[in-house]
Design a protein around this ligand. Structure first.
Ligand SMILES: Cc1cc2nc3c(=O)[nH]c(=O)nc-3n(C[C@H](O)[C@H](O)[C@H](O)COP(=O)(O)OP(=O)(O)OC[C@H]3O[C@@H](n4cnc5c(N)ncnc54)[C@H](O)[C@@H]3O)c2cc1C
Length: 391
């Protein structure tokens, strides 16, 4: 595989770099408020600016704002965006439900939902997981019973990320409890969060933040035209969506940026004999991580969007696995560089913001090896589906 960029790709990279570092204003970059939580206003403004310049949903069909880019160009776009710390388009919109509606939705749904989804006029959240149905997603119990032109939905979802900002939720629901296989009785519904009978309850996380929620449905009436595709075919759409979800979870640009930050922090942290960067063990750890990130980047370039007949490649499980592991290793490194200062959680005159934030950030990103399908499950996919090993 060619790892050198052609002149044309290099020019494209320059164009992206310039846009993300010069056109996107400083106050929108980082996307996080001081306490590390997502600022919905910043997210909306950033996505709308990207959309205005045709850079929010390049992987969508061109009639709905997509670009006819090569996979390499998409990779460059994503990596430059991450490297510049620009909040990426909301994954639930851009990577998850948008492509599902574009591929399986009715024409009416495409026209109704895709433009506001690209522009973040609708904020989506993902209602897949339930208590006892995370890795074993097909065991979900939320029901939808058809009554005339409506479905009546009852049940509970959990771990609903940023549900507190969401206007709509895309949900997997059981429509045929008697189907011969549990996967065959599931449908996908689009539900307005302000529908009567929907309640949201926050879950507080270990870093002190509020990022995920429980969502309860009690006799919620959902118009039948908000069913995606065909009834009882929801499992197919969910598999398509989850494959796309994993392509986005090897954040090479962010990992590289964090690693560069780690080096800068080590260089500014004094020791008895110089700075932490002079410590050969720390330098070796950084070098090893840099080599690993480079290997991941090559793999991303080989795999990214290597769809067969529009279906995501199962190799995306490798990206999910290594991407989340490396992200965690780099955040652990930063915590180690911060040392005892990492235990303060709030900056003071003596303790810089990066050091104070390092432990909460490290703890927060333990999530990366759980969501989007846990890493243990990814290993099973890799061993069975790619290496051909029998369990
Ligand atoms: C921060 C965060 C945000 C999330 N956001 C969302 C969201 O927005 N929407 C949504 O729908 N879901 C969301 N999730 C849910 C996420 O997808 C699930 O947590 C995940 O799929 C794991 O399911 P579980 O939590 O039920 O764990 P379980 O499935 O109960 O797993 C528990 C442990 O057992 C292991 N395990 C389970 N089955 C196997 C197996 N077959 N082989 C080997 N090991 C196995 C798992 O790897 C894990 O270590 C989020 C989760 C987190 C932590």
């Amino acid at each position: 595989m060619q790892r050198q960029l052609t002149d044309e790709d290099r020019a494209f990279q320059q164009e992206m770099r310039q846009f993300f570092t010069e056109t996107v204003p400083e106050e929108l970059r980082s996307g996080l408020s001081k306490d590390g939580e997502v600022d919905p206003d910043v997210m909306r403004r950033a996505q709308r600016l990207l959309n205005e310049h045709g850079l929010a949903v390049p992987h969508w069909p061109t009639e709905f704002g997509g670009k006819d880019w090569t996979e390499l160009q998409r990779h460059i776009w994503r990596t430059e965006m991450q490297a510049a710390d620009v909040p990426p388009p909301l994954a639930f919109n851009a990577n998850m439900i948008g492509p599902v509606i574009a591929s399986f939705g009715s024409q009416e749904q495409k026209e109704r939902f895709l433009p506001p989804t690209a522009n973040l006029d609708i904020w989506w959240c993902q209602g897949f997981s339930e208590p006892d149905a995370g890795s074993d997603l097909a065991s979900l119990r939320t029901t939808a019973v058809r009554e005339g032109d409506e479905y009546i939905v009852n049940g509970q979802k959990t771990w609903t990320t940023l549900g507190q900002f969401a206007d709509w939720i895309f949900c997997l629901v059981r429509t045929d409890p008697n189907a011969p296989k549990k996967q065959m009785g599931i449908s996908m519904l689009l539900i307005e969060m302000n529908s009567p009978g929907v309640t949201l309850r926050p879950i507080k996380l270990i870093d002190g933040g509020h990022e995920v929620n429980e969502v309860f449905f009690e006799n919620v009436r959902v118009p039948a035209d908000q069913l995606v595709g065909e009834e009882n075919k929801g499992w197919d759409y969910a598999k398509f969506l989850l494959g796309n979800e994993r392509v986005g979870v090897a954040p090479v640009g962010s990992i590289k940026r964090k690693l560069a930050d780690a080096k800068a922090y080590a260089a500014q942290t004094k020791t008895a004999t110089g700075t932490m960067l002079d410590d050969p063990l720390l330098a070796a750890r950084i070098a090893e991580l840099e080599a690993e990130v480079m290997a991941l980047e090559v793999t991303v370039m080989r795999v990214a969007g290597n769809s067969k007949e529009g279906r995501p490649d199962p190799v995306s499980s490798i990206l999910k696995l290594r991407g989340s592991e490396l992200q965690q290793e780099v955040l652990e490194l930063i915590t180690d560089i911060a040392g005892p200062a990492s235990l303060h959680w709030t900056p003071t005159d003596d303790i810089e913001e990066w050091a104070a934030r390092s432990t909460p950030t490290y703890l927060n990103f333990r999530k990366a090896s759980i969501y989007g399908g846990s890493n243990e499950v990814q290993r099973s996919v890799i061993s069975g589906g790619i290496l051909g090993l029998k369990g």
